[in-house]
Design a protein around this ligand. Structure first.
Ligand code: GTP
Length: 512
């Protein structure tokens, strides 16, 4: 169900928003917000490490535990961080006075961050502000102690803050290549956090045609121990609404929209220049509905901001309780496996086989009606043929004995022609096909296998030809002896014995 909020009173002016960075990571995050050119909001830096404070671009800075830590930081000790914040409680109160909305950015796990952030959040709430926390959880490799410190602080914050948006640093590590350094990973995480802050600010600060209020924000980020699902995309051009949505869905915090499949409430905000049309919004929402359950409660807001020019932006915010999140990950893994299987099934593999084994394997997977050449079936066929020839030979020998010692002659099945045909047409084609495949491969052992084949083929051919000669039953033509020379040498007298000319063959002599 889509709810349209029309109560303009729920939004707040820019001047009442303060973005606070706590600890080293928090300061880096708000630096990023400043670098991204976010206008009209105040930035406040709170840290115990004086070097971090000096390099921060925030316009307002408070050094925590100036006396306690002497500007050296809290060395990863949250108790020290809490004491340091207590030391500067009055300054913090003054800095947060008359602010309706306070965003607190913090990298949980460190001493100042984990110890000071809960106190800063409590002061802001006590001053009447709506408090949204953007917190990162440490990388796995940072160790158990940091993780536990981060968890403890997160538990405290979840009770104090109005909304809590957590980012797993390890998850955001996916934003950079594995080979890239930790600084790149942090920078990518900070960009993502900066985008989220800007998006949330746009959502609740900019007056819109359809407004999203703070109560909507709370309901979309409501569950106490949950992970934030956040995606924001911007696009220009003809299909900008769909392109912006696709960009938003590519956020690793949405996992290409897969995590939205389990969401119960999602907040969607569309913002465009003067040219924003209802049709574009409708297209976008229709596409988005494919990524959320039908039963999901969708809070929708839209704003026209002349500064957007030709651009259209979409922001999706939701949250999933930790237990639901692991379920969604399981479903997602299953979906990915199913998708891969589907692709594999649909894809016709045209990879050239590299080895004879692959040729054989490939052949076994082809449909039965496809004539396939393989080492195995060629050998079988050759063996079969050799066996046939042996049988024929044996038959031939048997008939030789049966023929009472008479030289073989008579009927002929022209075996030499048949054998030649088989070898030359069928088997030779197969051998050529195999050798072509083998030639394509450059593996030396396959050449050996081929040599073996060629020898086998040669042997079989020789056997066939021998067999053909032995089993030949073809009739011979009569030699024409009439009128030819009769064995008499020039200048020699004929050999006459009892009136018989012995130089004339007896066959002709008898004819006379
Ligand atoms: N996103 C992001 N996370 C960071 C960055 N630097 C550190 N972190 C994370 O934030 C956690 C806390 O680091 P800091 O904020 O530097 O710690 P701190 O509380 O100021 O440090 P100490 O007071 O000296 O203990 C680290 O364990 C990291 O997980 C950063 O630049 N960006």
């Amino acid at each position: 169900m889509i709810e349209y909020q029309r109560d303009q009173q729920q939004t707040i002016p820019d001047s009442q928003v303060k973005i606070v960075g706590v600890g080293g990571a928090g300061l880096n995050m708000i630096d990023r917000v400043a670098l991204d050119g976010m206008q009209g909001v105040e930035l406040l830096a709170l840290a115990s490490d004086s070097r971090s404070l000096t390099s921060s671009v925030a316009s307002e800075k408070v050094q925590l535990g100036a006396k306690l830590t002497m500007g050296l930081g809290c060395g990863g000790d949250p108790e020290l961080g809490a004491k340091a914040a207590k030391e500067q409680e009055t300054e913090i109160r003054d800095a947060l006075r008359e602010r309706n909305m306070v965003f607190i950015c913090v990298g949980l796990g460190g001493g100042t961050s984990s110890g000071a952030a809960p106190l800063v959040a409590r002061i802001a709430r006590e001053m009447g502000a709506f408090v949204v926390i953007f917190a990162t959880m440490p990388f796995e490799f940072e160790g158990r102690r940091r993780r536990e410190q981060a968890e403890t602080a997160l538990n405290e914050l979840s009770v104090i803050a109005n909304a809590l948006v957590t980012f797993e640093n390890s998850r955001m590590g996916e934003l950079v290549l594995a080979a890239q350094g930790i600084h790149e990973a942090f920078a990518a995480a900070d960009r993502m956090i900066s985008e989220s802050i800007q998006a949330v600010t746009r959502l609740v600060v900019r007056p819109g045609i359809i407004n999203v209020g703070l109560d909507d924000l709370i309901s979309s980020l409501s569950s106490s121990r949950s992970r934030c699902l956040f995606g924001s995309g911007i696009a220009q051009g003809e299909n900008r609404s769909q392109a912006a949505l696709q960009n938003a869905l590519t956020s690793p915090l949405l996992d290409k929209g897969r995590f939205l499949k389990s969401t119960k409430t999602a907040l969607v905000h569309v913002c465009g220049g003067e040219s924003l049309t209802l049709y574009e919004v409708e297209l976008l929402m229709r596409e988005l509905s494919k990524h959320v359950p039908e039963s999901a409660h969708i809070l929708f807001g839209a704003a026209v901001d002349a500064n957007m020019g030709d651009s259209l932006s979409v922001t999706i915010i939701s949250s999933l309780p930790e237990n639901e999140f692991s379920k969604a990950e399981e479903v997602q893994t299953e979906t990915v496996i199913a998708e891969v299987e589907e692709v594999v099934e649909e894809t016709e593999v045209t990879v050239e086989p590299d080895t004879l084994e692959e040729v054989i394997e490939e052949s076994s997977q082809r449909p039965a009606d496809v004539e396939v050449v393989s080492e195995g079936n060629l050998l079988d066929k050759l063996e079969e043929m050799t066996q046939e020839l042996d049988d024929e030979e044996t038959e031939g020998e048997a008939s030789l004995l049966d023929d009472e010692g008479v030289e073989i002659s008579g009927e002929s099945d022209e075996p030499e022609t048949e054998v030649e045909e088989i070898v030359n047409l069928e088997e030779k084609e197969e051998v050529v096909a195999v050798s072509e495949r083998v030639e394509e491969s450059e593996e030396p052992e396959e050449v050996d296998e081929m040599t073996m084949f060629e020898e086998l083929e040669k042997e079989v051919k020789e056997d066939l030809i021998d067999g053909a000669v032995k089993t030949s039953k073809g009739s011979q033509e009569e030699l024409d002896l009439d009128g030819g020379p009769r064995g008499k040498f020039d200048g020699e007298e004929p050999n006459l014995v009892d009136g018989e000319d012995l130089d004339i063959p007896p066959y002709l002599r008898n004819k006379r």
